[in-house]
Design a protein around this ligand. Sequence first.
Ligand SMILES: [Zn+2]
Length: 225
Amino acid sequence: MNIAGDLLPYGLGTPRLVEYQQGYFVDSEIVESLNKLTKDAETHGFKLRLESAYRPFEKQLSIWNRKAAGELPLLDANGNPMERPQDEEELMYAILTWSALPGASRHHLGTDLDVVDAAACPVGYVVQLTPAECEGMFRRFHEYLSEHFSSNAAFGFNRVFVPGRGKIRPEGWHIAHLPTSRKRLESFSLETLRQIYEASDMACKKVVLARLPQLAEEFIYPYFI
Ligand SMILES: [Zn+2]
């Protein structure tokens, strides 16, 4: 790919990452704050565990393309498996229900994490990251997070995908270190994202490019907080 400028906001290039938990990499600048949040959670009886952290463009593109090709299940708004739409625009919106646009996932930033309370996780249980878990086994952990977020006592972390903001479904488990993610997003430009798409082998590319300004208003910019 031959595109000029800072490519880090799109999950391209080489960010400065630290392997914070096994297999999970985060921006080195958030480590100190994440240590503090982890320790604070511990004093309240919770064991903060990462279920997702940094994700490069290629990974998000692979998820996107496999969903488009029917190699990964497509889920409707209620989380139930759905038929793969024939119409390309319908297919694009179906993928967007649960997956971010490649190049516009906040997981590209290294400042955003999906977290659970390992102390409340039954042995052998495979975490799904669903609203039902937030209301169920992780309810106390989420109450703890909500309290600390609302009183600005979470060392710069907060939720991003909350009700009433943009078209992405609420994700209580997704937290971001906002002071750092704001810095990382300063250089984001839709024009660069367009160039990246034009050079990529992305499924539904034609309709994504045709709708890009609207998609940005619905799925990207509302979360630049
Ligand atoms: Zn997430």
